[in-house]
Ligand binder design. Structure first.
Ligand SMILES: C[S@@+](CC[C@H](N)C(=O)[O-])C[C@H]1O[C@@H](n2cnc3c(N)ncnc32)[C@H](O)[C@@H]1O
Length: 257
């Protein structure tokens, strides 16, 4: 990788036709978003290599710029040092959140659960290369395992301040994850869950309504809890330009004190 390409950071992605780089081809997106601009040269170089390798090996399943931008701003603005992630995949958000937590001085800051053992090995190897092994733990375990909450608390030192759900996208599992992890969350803590739009309901392989239905029902059962569903009504990637750019949508739940 040469230096001039490294300097362009994510601007170079706009020339790619790979579906994963859809955001970088949007009109007006010809700038480096803060999620990448904030990284050191070495950190960005590692992310570039991660992108190149995961493209070659077809290990693509990460969230994209809009949601990661929200997470970075929310975590760094609110000094959040204890995060649980449900679904690690090949490590995109584990690496970026790890870099942010590291800059914030957090150690043992992200506990990331993943049911696929090969993804656990893969993500761990990149986290080790990134020097983040003391910031992020990838745990080979289901988000719904009765021990997951206890292990997360042991690793983080206290209950999580943020739980980021981006796992099976299935209605039944998401319904159970919301109940389980709301209990595990620290008072005043936040759940961020990806894929709450109508468009993303199709990701549910059980065809039962996906994250959207699970979240809608959870909100109905918990009317006194602050929550919000962003881009809930987006049905396709052809939403008007004024809509939020994450056509998969995301939801927020804030645990009462
Ligand atoms: C969309 S990917 C996560 C991407 C990740 N948030 C990122 O941006 O890098 C979903 C992952 O969740 C994992 N998964 C699905 N169900 C799970 C469960 N019950 N517990 C833990 N991981 C799960 C899948 O194996 C898959 O790797």
């Amino acid at each position: 990788m040469n230096d001039s390409e490294n300097k362009k950071r994510s601007l170079a992605f706009s020339a790619s036709e790979e579906p994963r780089f859809w955001w970088h081809r949007l009109p007006g997106s010809n700038y480096v978003p803060p999620i990448y601009a904030f990284l050191s040269e070495d950190e960005w170089q590692l992310m570039r290599e991660w992108y190149a390798q995961t493209s070659r090996e077809n290990l693509i399943g990460e969230c994209a710029v809009p949601l990661m931008s929200f997470l970075q701003g929310f975590i760094m603005g609110n000094i959040i040092h204890r995060i649980v992630q449900l679904g690690t995949h090949s490590g995109y958000s584990a690496l970026l959140l790890g870099f942010y937590l590291h800059k914030m001085g957090a150690r043992r800051g992200l506990f990331s659960l993943e049911i696929d053992e090969s993804f656990c090995h893969y993500a761990r190897s990149w986290l080790k290369r990134a020097g983040l092994s003391n910031v992020v733990q990838v745990e080979h375990r289901s988000s719904l395992d009765p021990l997951s909450g206890t292990l997360a608390r042991e690793y983080l030192g206290e209950a999580p301040e943020l739980v980021f759900i981006d796992s099976s996208h299935e209605y039944g599992s998401t319904r159970d994850e919301l109940d389980y992890w709301y209990r595990e969350l620290a008072p005043g803590g936040t759940i961020v869950l990806h894929d709450t739009s109508e468009f993303a309901a199709d990701f549910d392989v059980t065809k039962q309504g996906g994250v959207r239905r699970a979240f809608d029902e959870w909100r109905g059962r918990n009317p006194g809890v602050e929550s919000f569903s962003f881009n809930k009504d987006v049905r396709s990637m052809d939403a008007p330009p004024s809509a939020g750019k994450d056509f998969c949508g995301f939801g927020l739940i804030r645990k009462s004190l």
